[in-house]
Design a protein around this ligand. Structure first.
Ligand SMILES: C[S@@+](CC[C@H](N)C(=O)[O-])C[C@H]1O[C@@H](n2cnc3c(N)ncnc32)[C@H](O)[C@@H]1O
Length: 229
């Protein structure tokens, strides 16, 4: 509550928290594995505390069922991977894969990514992936889209100077608005060239979400951007 007794004003939410269908295996993973892999509550703990090493840190925002993060963590044991996803059944699914593969280089959070970015140390991330952020297709909902100028500024603080951000969307006008944000954000460099999209990165596997977009005939737009220092 604020001094005036009103609840504190929340930022705009880029998601609707729906528990939806959850399998018994996912529910069990949330009970048994989440406490093992979840970021600790202490806001002042650091990535070195979470992983027990200082390996390069890769963040994926909105991991869905975690297919990409699981495959990349498996292929790159010398990197650390942080999955942030508010959809708890998806985190349950990722944890099942992480535990089955015996991965020790993965940590997860079910918090809003804005809260996580605020607690990350400056310059700690080697790479950030945001694959198919919620599209919010209606014009009156565009303000709920994740990729906007203030969000890019928060990302810029936590990205290492050599760091990269990868974004993919299947929504044409979302892609246009991302290009517009980049054109107006002097702190970012579009590595594909101004106003251009990047090739599909090898690290992105086709998820159920992307498959549906392709089946519907939608074009996928990829972005690869870096800090301009
Ligand atoms: C359209 S899905 C894409 C999932 C996955 N990346 C894929 O390609 O299949 C977008 C995901 O982002 C998550 N998300 C949206 N806003 C978020 C936020 N502020 N913090 C954490 N997760 C968020 C949603 O819960 C949703 O699962």
């Amino acid at each position: 509550m604020t001094d005036s007794g009103t609840p504190p004003r929340r930022g705009i939410r880029s998601f609707v928290r729906r528990e939806g269908r959850i399998t018994s295996a996912q529910a069990r993973a949330l009970t048994e594995l989440l406490p093992v892999f979840e970021l600790p509550g202490q806001a002042d703990s650091t990535p070195a505390d979470w992983f027990g090493n200082r390996n390069p840190l890769y963040l994926e925002i909105g991991t869905g069922n975690g297919e990409n993060l699981h495959l990349n963590a498996l292929a790159n044991p010398a990197n650390n991977y942080l999955a942030v996803e508010v959809h708890r059944p998806g985190i349950g699914q990722l944890l099942l894969q992480v535990a089955a593969a015996g991965l020790t280089n993965v940590r997860v959070s079910t918090a809003d990514v804005h809260e996580i970015l605020a607690r990350l140390p400056t310059g700690c991330l080697q790479e950030v992936c945001i694959f198919f952020p919620d599209p919010w297709p209606k014009s009156r909902h565009h303000k709920r889209r994740l990729i906007q100028t203030p969000f890019l500024a928060a990302l810029q603080r936590v990205l290492a100077s050599s760091g990269r951000v990868r974004i993919a969307t299947d929504i044409d006008d979302y892609a246009e608005s991302i290009l517009e944000c980049l054109a107006n954000a002097p702190g970012w460099r579009n590595l594909a060239g101004e106003g251009r999209c990047a090739p599909c990165p090898r690290i992105r596997c086709v998820t159920r979400f992307e498959r549906r977009a392709l089946e519907a005939g939608r074009r996928i737009h990829d972005f690869l951007i870096a800090r301009r220092d």
